[in-house]
Design a protein around this ligand. Structure first.
Ligand code: WTA
Length: 682
């Protein structure tokens, strides 16, 4: 499907929002904010670029200070803070000991409400990171530049693992714990990891899930793809007690708590890494089946997340900060682990689902821990609003600051967040950004700008967006929707796609570049893949993806990944996946399949398709429906018209289909799908 077709369907599906009234930040917030000086925009204007970002680099400790702020010689692979040596683990842990040794770095909340909280001080974090770094170095033989895949739930051992890797300069690739073993295995293979770090079990929705089983499948999948995993380290949720049905494999699998016995008291000096050495890989979905390993740098990334955590998250050392995202996504990396810890914050880590055992849970936690900064996604806000609209009022908590991230938030939902959760006293930032960008691109500055429900806001300091129409002409403020790009590089941006520079350049930089050999950053605007409109007040409203990516509950899924999973079912000849609007999740995949000649439609085939998706990707990708259709609507050149299917799924007029090769099939599909809805409604 072409960009244009999808954009049309996204635009059709999108609600047509009117201009919203603005809400000023409360004076109580402004009085205490880290940033109240509007001159920041002068300091970070385009003519001060790139020198302006020195301000963020100076939030960090450097082993050796850098000499070149931005090296463009390998454009568009940008190198920030060249000549600098730095260690992320030192910056997030060691340097806070002097003043904050006994302050909690994290407070972990187990899902079962009768299990006690665990407060982990910076001193304890320091000890545990050091000991685990010793295990990685001495037991696994890992060293700087090696990759390690981490497949873990929301437990303290996850940031400990990441920081232990960072201490050694080992590149971690954390795979969201909810992904299947198969999806994890593909990522192991792509990154060339010889070590997998996982956990036996964790609680989710009141059930203890066996997570270790995914490890075997991951290792098997990686092996089929040519990557041997030599060691699997298994954390146990309760040390000494193994809660999994799968067998440990001798000489390959080890319990971390066993290994830690040998390294008690070990101290591992943080390895000074070049600023541009990769800190981690984070895989994300793109337009083809294969996920992309976004490679993030050490110095630039850390500087950018520290700066944005300070000024946009407004984190002070005395705050209690709770980001409910999963560390397995970029939000968790940047705004649970690296940004907040670089500032010496206290963060809350919650193991389970927000509505367990009821929709009052987050507010009980907030009340008990005195959380004052709260960070979540629209899908969670929608869920909590639906399940317990009056719950927040029952608890005595008060947020000064709240964040929304990951997808557009409907103004109605925004208002509930503001009035009921924020009790009208908190500022809200709607932060627009991506796995690729490492940190925020657009957001209001919380003490400077009024909030506008449904709009991310202006670009953040140092980010200079531009909207282009299909022909590459700039769309001015107050104009129509177009593709949003960023004119300039910034330190948080990913460096490349792991092992695939060509795809990196092609996907993100080639479209508006006129001279491929140019070393001038002005020739390389960054293509975000999102459509946006710029209002006359300078606020951006993000409309969604223009490529084949479906945003399900704030998680990016590639339609090609889903379609390939469908095609693994023997009977399936063709598959098309389209986004279906969903009250809670924003979008969910709706699936259309056609069968090979002679195969008969059956419930079993539908179930096989669902199972295949669960196995290859994970439960997060489960479709709403699997429709078995007689044929796909196609253009005369044989291309499946997903736009038509998307309209049918969402009950929108399919428009003119007479140019299709088989227009009659559209009516049959419409009858099937919409008839089925009528039945369900009746
Ligand atoms: C979408 C998540 C509207 C957007 C940090 C982007 C948003 C994709 C917002 C990246 C927002 C993210 N308003 N849309 N505030 N934030 N998006 O890589 O389409 O998981 O391209 O990173 O989510 O998703 P990703």
């Amino acid at each position: 499907m072409s960009d244009r077709e999808l954009r049309v369907s996204e635009a059709q599906i999108a609600v047509h929002w009117q201009e919203e009234n603005k809400f000023p930040p409360p004076s109580s917030f402004i009085a205490q904010a880290n940033l109240t000086d509007p001159k920041i925009y002068d300091r970070f204007s385009l003519d001060k670029f790139p020198e302006c970002f020195k301000e963020y680099a100076d939030l960090l400790d450097w082993n050796r200070y850098w000499h070149t702020i931005l090296d463009t010689s390998d454009a568009p692979v940008w190198k920030w803070f060249v000549g600098g040596l730095i260690n992320a683990s030192h910056n997030c842990v060691d340097r806070h000991l002097k003043e904050h040794r006994n302050k909690a770095a994290f407070i972990w909340i187990p899902e079962p409400e009768d299990e006690p909280h665990v407060a982990l001080t910076y001193q304890e974090l320091y000890v545990r990171v050091n000991e685990f770094a010793a295990v990685l170095r001495d037991h696994c033989g890992l060293q700087a530049g090696d990759r390690v895949t981490v497949h873990m739930p929301m437990v303290l051992e996850l940031p400990i693992t990441m920081l232990a890797c960072a201490r050694l300069g080992v590149i971690h690739s954390v795979v969201f714990g909810g992904f299947s073993g198969h999806a994890c295995g593909e990522r192991i293979a792509d990154s060339g990891s010889k070590v997998l770090i996982t956990m036996d079990s964790y609680y989710r929705n009141g059930k203890l899930l066996d997570h270790r089983v995914n490890g075997d499948e991951a290792i098997e999948t990686a092996k089929e793809a040519g990557q041997e995993v030599e060691k699997m380290l298994v954390w146990r949720r309760n040390p000494g007690e193994y809660q999994s049905r799968s067998q440990m494999v001798e000489k390959r699998d080890f319990f971390v708590d066993d290994l830690l016995g040998d390294v008690r008291g070990a101290r591992v000096a943080p390895v000074p890494m070049p600023a541009e050495a990769p800190l981690f890989l984070m895989y994300t979905s793109g337009t083809t089946g294969k996920p992309k390993g976004c490679q993030h740098s050490t110095g630039g990334y850390l500087a950018y997340v520290a700066g944005t955590s300070k000024y946009i998250q407004d984190i002070h050392p005395e705050d209690v900060y709770w980001c409910m995202a999963d560390i397995g996504w970029i939000t968790g990396h940047s705004y649970i682990v690296y940004g907040p810890l670089a500032l010496g914050a206290t963060g809350v880590l919650y193991e389970g689902v927000p509505t367990y055992p009821d929709a009052g849970r987050p507010w009980r936690i907030a009340e008990q821990l005195n959380v004052n900064i709260f960070h979540t996604a629209p899908t969670t806000v929608r869920m909590l609003r639906k399940a317990g609209p009056d719950e927040p009022a029952k608890y005595d908590f008060k947020f000064k600051h709240m964040t929304t991230v990951g997808e557009p938030i409907e103004p109605e939902v925004w208002r509930w967040y503001y009035h009921t959760v924020g009790k009208g006293q908190a500022v809200i930032v709607d932060t627009w950004w991506q796995t690729e960008t490492g940190g925020f691109l657009c957001s209001t500055m919380p003490a400077l700008h009024p909030m506008k429900p449904g709009s991310a806001g202006p670009a953040v300091p140092g980010i200079h967006p531009v909207i282009y129409d299909e022909e590459g002409n700039e769309v001015p403020a107050g104009g129509t929707a177009g593709n949003i790009l960023i004119r300039n590089p910034w330190p948080g941006a990913f460096q490349t796609i792991w092992g695939d520079r060509e795809r990196f350049v092609e996907t993100y930089y080639a479209r508006h570049n006129k001279n491929p050999s140019s070393k001038d950053w002005r020739d390389w605007p960054y293509l975000t893949g999102d459509a946006a409109v710029l209002a006359v007040d300078g606020y951006y409203r993000i409309l969604g993806r223009v490529d084949d990516v479906i945003n399900v509950a704030g998680h990016r899924l590639g339609t090609k990944e889903l379609e390939s999973a469908c095609l693994l079912v023997d009977e399936v000849a063709e598959a098309a996946v389209v986004p279906l609007r969903d009250e809670i999740k924003g979008r969910v995949p709706d699936i259309y399949i056609s069968l090979k000649p002679g195969k008969k439609a059956s419930k079993r085939i539908q179930q096989e398709v669902v199972k295949s998706i669960e196995k290859t990707i994970g439960k997060i990708a489960l479709p709403k429906n699997v429709w078995i259709v007689p044929d796909m609507p196609k253009t005369r050149s044989g291309k499946i018209m997903r736009r038509v299917l998307a309209s049918v799924s969402n009950g929108i007029d399919v428009g003119d289909v007479t140019t299709l090769a088989n227009p009659e099939v559209v009516e049959q599909i419409r009858e099937m799908v919409q008839g089925d809805y009528r039945e369900a409604a009746g």
